[in-house]
Write a protein that binds this ligand. Sequence first.
Ligand code: HEM
Length: 489
Amino acid sequence: MMGIWELASLLLGLLALQYLKQLWSSRNYPPGPFQLPLVGGVWWVRKKFSQDIFIKLAKQYGNIFTIWLGSYPIVILSGYQAVKEGLIVRSEDFAARPVTPTLKALFKKRGIITSNGHIWKQQRRFGQVTLGKLGVGKKCTEHIVEEAAHQLVEIFTLAKGHPIDPILPISTKIFKVVCAVVFGHQSYFQEEEIEKILEESETGIKFAGTISHILYELFPRLMDRLPTPFRKMRAMVDKRILHLREEIARHKEYQMQNEPQDFTDFYLLQMEKSKNDPDSTYNEDNLVQCILDFLVAGTETSSTTLQWALLLMGVHPEIQDKVYKEMENVLGTSQSICYQDRKKMPYTNAVIHEIMRLKYVFPIGVARRSVKDVTMHGYTIPKGTFVVPDLTSVLLDPKQWETPRDFNPQHFLDKDGQFVAREEFLAFGAGPRVCLGEQLARMEIFLFFTHLLRSFRFYFPEGTDQINQDPLVGFLLHPEAYKICAVPR
Ligand code: HEM
């Protein structure tokens, strides 16, 4: 029988072999931080994690570098040129998404964001066409967004200039807009239910990057057997899926008598139309995941952007006043503001873009996967490699922006004060996987921002020492909780 020392030596030997294999397989990849056995280079990233970590690593290793998560390489593209090459010039080469053990366990390769191949093509195409039919980016959705913006103004009015934490009111109204697109009626979720969902989604966002998350990615089978936070999260997602299925069932009954009104109606109709098509991926599992994708991708992103917007307006009262003045000049006595008005408001439009640039909500970007062996900058990135286009590094790239770390709306204005759309503004990604909700997000941010700034002057409560503008780093970059006063104009 093997003694304890022999067993320990055997394990050590196996570990050393595994480590040598790990080092050997890394030789053709772009360089990166030192790797430890089992965990790779991720220890370094966790230890030094900050909003800037990938920008700092790019300074050390170049615009294409590798971080090892155990024995999995993650190739990071940094700065405008490298990201443009990855997402635009070689758009098809990196068009897939990685399916990590966590994503597979939670989202089961369905829907749009985490699916690939035929499922992704069919679901994405359908999503795009249907959002178009529902008038996303056009007048029909504009009414929904406008209504939500009015409700938000009412909430601030009720605070009567007293300090108010804007997070919950903004997130709730943005959530309702997405609900209206997918379910057609805003009343399905009651306020309390929405607050619970938003809390749950925050738990999910906070889970990303934790030790528990990393351990699940490295040892999913083992972690599945232990009572970890991941188990709690999976139970939470499964419960939500069950609720969505109940809503879909209600839609099925209602649909018998009516024309399609919302995303779910259109999807159910498509399922019926293609029920005899062997290539069809239209089924209830994919429908549930598409809805979840819209709710997850479409709530925290837009609402966090608006939280940054109010914070920056409080910090820069002179810019806030300039936006107000432009609105007054353009709109005059008219009470309503519509999305088209942005074309007549170059300064306001530039301010919104600058908020999204400087306080970009994703710490890096949304990961992709190479669909074939790709040679870039002299390195080989094998098929199936996890590739992250660091969008923050693009939006802060000193080669592209005059004052990348300052809040400077001039970045989006020409010498005559006209708005300039910059191709380096890759906040929504690019290529075949570009954000599907870009039009909706742009409309929400413009209409919420202008409705609020036309109605109120925002400032921080007396006695507020200093506003922390550094983000809390997680899956998204949130501002630290703050309170703000909204005084009617
Ligand atoms: C400020 C708001 C938003 C930002 C900054 C944002 C940003 C992004 C980014 C960077 C990606 C990845 C793109 C890529 O891989 O190139 C993405 C994907 C996606 N977004 Fe958004 N997004 C926002 C709002 C929304 C909204 C409102 C929705 C829908 C209601 C939405 C739905 C999606 C979907 C479905 C995808 C996956 C696309 C695919 O994989 O084919 N997003 N978004």
